[in-house]
Design a protein around this ligand. Sequence first.
Ligand code: GLN
Length: 306
Amino acid sequence: MITQELLEDALKYGKCFVRNGNTASYIPELQRVNKYQLGICAVGMDGEVMEAGDSRVPFTIQSISKIISLILAIRDRGADYLFHDKVGVEPTGDPFNSIIKLETKTRPFNPFINAGAIAVASCINGDSSDEKFERFLSLTRKLCNNETIELNENVYRSEKETGDRNRALAYYLKASGVLEGDVEECLDFYFKMCSVNVTALDVANLSGLLANHGCCPATKEALIESQSAKAIRALMLTCGMYDGSGEFAMTVGFPAKSGVGGGIAVSLAGRMGIGVFGPALDEKGNSVGGIKMLEFLSDRLNCQLF
Ligand code: GLN
């Protein structure tokens, strides 16, 4: 059983490692964040919430948004079409923003690397990036059980100004017939979805919903299909920590999705959802203190999958 004391101990342990990481430098606005922040939140299947440290500090959702855009695209286009025509479901072993496999294989390997997420983003219904983003934001608020979630304008601008690598991926995907519609509109939406402010509590609510087979633990409302929740948990396990997914499975053994804002979403089916925030990252873009807290919990809780 998770207890408040255990979360506090995990936080204390995680803090010892934070100095080894650095904030994401390729997005200038993220580099400015205080790297010593660390927080964790757990949500149980009856909606009970436990928090420690900086669990209410806002940070940008970054790649954790790829879970939500995938849910939206599955709704709009169906899982069969998406996973047949647009993205695969296999890990790459390459960094999250890698372009190397696009020339040898038309479809991006999975929806959690940037190329895959950009392809998925292009399939979301909406005539403009604003319309797509409105739909994304309203679903994010619902899934995180927080109607006050907003875009972080500064991070959005910073991403848009410096996102040439994502631009390269998107134009390549357009040239090979994978990306649908206008490239710049799609990129604008992608930069926005990455730049939404959330807290560890919001991420824990999203993770709790995925752990609870699509049903919000707090309100009991069924918000996504259990099949989608299952597919996403599987992708989290195999591809959620980028090219650190294998090692994370060995040391922690939880289905998880990280973002370069320092967040990690962890979803333990039928048990709990965890949200973590720690902006000091390792060289793969995963939260150093976050991983250490999760390692600590997986040791003590005896609920890892392996
Ligand atoms: N916005 C970031 C990017 O596209 C998201 C990547 C991440 O969180 N790993 O580079």
